[in-house]
Design a protein around this ligand. Structure first.
Ligand SMILES: Cc1cc2nc3c(=O)[nH]c(=O)nc-3n(C[C@H](O)[C@H](O)[C@H](O)COP(=O)(O)OP(=O)(O)OC[C@H]3O[C@@H](n4cnc5c(N)ncnc54)[C@H](O)[C@@H]3O)c2cc1C
Length: 365
């Protein structure tokens, strides 16, 4: 879909649709970020540009992306392509303890690094209550230092360009669903300039489940909630924000946080990172484990190798929990379509009519 910086400005930056994935930063010196806001400081005047092509909020042909990443149209319109859904966790207690839940993401990245499958990983660093930062991790310790969820829209993909500059390749990318889509769009760009070949060096894409990310103002709110206590970990249940501190746990109704949800996230159609090799989320009831969705052949090979090496362990996904996961994802997608329709602007989602119809019908699975 052709477009240039002017289109990016009009369709994404000026409409609050930017998800701060970070990929356009460093593709162009005129795009800068401040506090998780991307701004265009100068218009280069080009009619077409890679900033527009790789943005996850410029029009994206979902069907074409399915074919490009998985080689076929999807059979499942709620969860996208997947080979298997499991519960999983890291076996190393240090990794499990550092992780947000079971530490599967960190365990897979460390396993891939140790085995030489990747030489670095694009991650997100930062302590709770502080603004998270893009990070290029090249050692297991650096991966562990990035463990844990930071609930705002850190522009982590900036570190992909750092990897290209430093010659760190191949790399894994860990990101929110919008960041996964951005990486896939980068990989699809033909004839991209040599130093922007970053997308071609991505050997593994690990997606996080994400139903929303919060505005940077959330960090100050969190610090105020904690007061003088040191924040150790933040987590969300459907009803509450749970803050673990060195002075004991704190709990706030999730309603107090909803005002910080990034407007762009309300239009997000992909809460489970549909274009990732593997996608990882919570189990919604056992915080020592993760939900692990194996999507691609590459993801399947990695998980199999990590299992054989004993880096992770898995158990079957309880079939009685699948309807709840499907219902949550389906209702998020339908809400996103509604919000878009009410905004009346052109949508970034070029979803074939069949995809929409399949969502609005009765979920048979
Ligand atoms: C903004 C946000 C919202 C989320 N919402 C949900 C949800 O609604 N439901 C659900 O099941 N799961 C959600 N998750 C995913 C969940 O919090 C865990 O990240 C996931 O289950 C992996 O757990 P783990 O123990 O394997 O992670 P870990 O082993 O601790 O690894 C976490 C990884 O996440 C990366 N990361 C941390 N913060 C960010 C960020 N802001 N942007 C990009 N990457 C980041 C880190 O680099 C690290 O590699 C969300 C995550 C984020 C960042």
């Amino acid at each position: 879909m052709p477009g240039g910086p002017g289109d990016l400005l009009r369709q994404v930056l000026q409409t609050g649709q930017c998800v701060s994935c970070g990929l356009c930063l460093d593709l162009c010196p005129y795009l800068q970020a401040a506090a998780e806001r991307v701004v265009m400081i100068h218009h280069c005047g080009l009619e077409e540009g890679n900033c527009f092509r790789v943005c996850p909020r410029t029009p994206t042909d979902w069907e074409e992306m399915d074919r490009r990443v998985f080689g076929a149209p999807r059979a499942d319109h709620v969860l996208g392509h997947y080979r298997q859904i499991l519960f999983a966790r890291a076996t190393d207690p240090v990794v499990a303890a550092a992780g947000q839940y079971g530490g599967v993401v960190s365990a897979l990245i460390i396993f891939a690094l140790d085995g030489g499958k990747i030489r670095g990983a694009v991650l997100t660093a930062g302590a709770p209550g502080e603004m998270p930062q893009p990070a290029l991790a090249v050692s297991p310790d650096e991966v562990l230092a990035c463990a844990g969820s930071k609930y705002s829209a850190a522009p982590s993909l900036r570190a992909l360009h750092e990897a290209a500059r430093r010659g760190v390749e191949p790399v894994a990318v860990v990101g929110r669903p919008c960041q996964v889509l951005a990486v896939r769009k980068l990989q699809a760009v033909q004839g991209i300039e040599a130093h922007h070949l970053a997308g071609r060096k991505v050997a593994l894409v690990v997606g996080l489940f994400c139903f929303w990310a919060l505005e940077p103002g959330f960090h100050a709110f969190l610090r105020a909630v904690a007061g003088k206590a040191r924040i150790l970990k933040v987590d969300f249940s459907p009803e509450s924000m749970l803050v673990r501190t060195d002075r004991g746990p704190l709990c706030k109704p999730v309603e107090e946080v909803r005002g910080f949800i990034r407007p762009a996230c309300r239009e997000c159609f992909d809460p489970t990172a549909e274009f990732a090799d593997v996608a990882v989320g919570s189990t919604e009831y056992d915080e020592a484990w993760n939900t692990l969705v194996i999507r691609s052949k590459r993801g399947e090979a990695l998980v199999r190798a990590a299992l054989e090496a004993g880096a992770i362990e898995v158990r079957p996904y309880p079939p009685e929990r699948l309807p709840a996961l499907r219902a949550a994802v389906r209702s998020k997608k339908l809400r996103a379509l509604e919000v878009q329709a009410s905004r009346g602007e052109s949508s970034y989602l070029l979803i074939p009519a069949g995809y929409r119809q399949a969502l609005t019908g009765r979920d048979q699975r």
